[in-house]
Design a protein around this ligand. Structure first.
Ligand code: UDP
Length: 369
């Protein structure tokens, strides 16, 4: 088999983490050569470069530097730039991850050039078309040739939508691969947790880790206020550590919420992956609206409360590891958080064997042979 070229398009924090698993396996393949495009959607050092460093990824081959602006403008600029690079690189396939504007722009640019598309994390559905992520993932699945589904539920969504079974591969979740590789390494008495213990008296297994970044939380003042009220109340019972995403910081700042939180909640800048995994692993509770963080809570066997109306990762709710708390009522969120501390879900293994990346690369090698 001749060496085939795969162009990967990534641009947002969770995509760097997911791609780190697949890129490591691709680098070992004698048959496939990867060229990486970073759209620039996330660009701060602590939202981008830190993951390349910590997860051992080489620098991207192309950096488009596109971020900010409305969804349409951002996606449109990415489409123009990715198309230009694809014409130049003439790859045999394009690889995209998840559900961001970078995912959709990459897939759309490729399909129009007749380049087959592989979508990692295919088949996830929230059934909420008000979410930009839901639109991106449905459209990307529709135009992909390889649909790499993380779970049996994702496969069922795709077959239910009439996608040909031959295009769907249930490979497991690439984030499980990464968590297995990095999760085992951290101890509670080093790094950031040791520093938080020294400076703020936080002890392992006796704090709550919170992350909020989704537009449905940050762009609705009443919801964001309710979330902050719930976190402030909860912080009187259990220390709350909150790494603040840039978009959330901006919204909270505009609403005067940063100052209100700062007295009781430990606000920190976005964390690198290693610090994040450490804080997840030794948390008593994780409270989040993140897809990735919900799963990582389960990987580290920590109970989770998801501050959303629905979740794509329903198997964790079914198994009792995750509870939904819609972010419209601080008192109700607080009750769910209190009830979740100290609980454990049922034993479950919905995310594959920890070698999703290996299965993805094997499929691509076979498909492009
Ligand atoms: N993450 C991180 N530092 C942080 C917050 C999150 O490294 O301060 C990691 C987290 O461990 C997970 C990923 O980012 O692997 C989740 O990304 P995000 O919440 O931005 O997006 P989502 O998963 O909701 O698409």
């Amino acid at each position: 088999m001749h060496t085939r070229k795969i162009v990967t398009v990534i641009g947002a924090r969770p995509q760097f983490i997911k791609a780190s698993a697949v890129s490591a396996v691709l680098a070992e393949s004698p048959h496939l050569h990867e060229v990486m495009i970073h759209t620039g959607q996330h660009f701060d050092a602590n939202m981008s470069a830190v993951f390349f460093d910590e997860l051992g990824m080489r620098a991207p081959d192309h950096c488009c530097g596109i971020h900010g602006g409305a969804h349409g403008a951002m996606t449109g600029r990415m489409l123009i730039e990715v198309e230009r690079i694809l014409v130049d690189e003439a790859p045999d396939a394009l690889l995209v991850y998840g559900d961001t504007n970078s995912t959709l722009a990459g897939a759309l640019a490729a399909v129009k050039l007749g380049i087959p598309v592989a979508h990692v994390e295919a088949g996830l559905r929230s059934f909420n078309m008000a979410m930009p992520e839901e639109i991106n993932r449905i459209l990307t699945d529709r135009i992909s040739n390889w649909l790499f589904a993380p779970t049996a539920g994702a496969v069922a969504h795709l077959t239910g939508e009439g996608v040909a079974v031959a295009r769907i591969k249930e490979v497991g979740d690439v984030m499980f691969d990464v968590a297995r590789r990095h999760g085992a390494r951290c101890a509670p008495d080093e790094g950031l947790l040791a520093e938080l213990a020294r400076r703020h008296g936080v002890s392992p297994n006796s704090y709550c880790l919170a992350t909020i970044h989704r537009a449905e939380s940050t762009d609705h003042p009443a919801r964001l206020r309710a979330i902050c009220d719930a976190l402030i109340s909860f912080a009187h019972e259990l220390p709350v550590i909150f790494p603040v995403h840039p978009r959330t910081r901006q919204s909270m700042h505009a609403l005067g919420l940063m100052d209100r939180l700062a007295g009781t909640v430990l606000l920190v800048d976005p964390l690198g992956y290693r610090d994040m995994v450490q804080l997840e692993k030794f948390a008593a509770l994780i409270v989040t609206d993140s897809g990735g963080v919900q799963k990582e809570a389960f990987f580290h066997q920590v109970p989770c409360v998801t501050l959303r109306d629905e979740t794509e990762w329903t198997e964790l709710v079914d198994a009792g590891w995750n509870r939904l708390a819609p972010p419209n009522n601080a008192g109700a969120m607080l009750s769910v958080m209190r009830a979740a501390v100290g609980t454990r879900g049922r034993s479950a293994a919905p995310y594959g064997d920890g070698n999703a990346a290996g299965h993805i690369v094997a499929c691509l090698e076979q498909g492009l042979a």
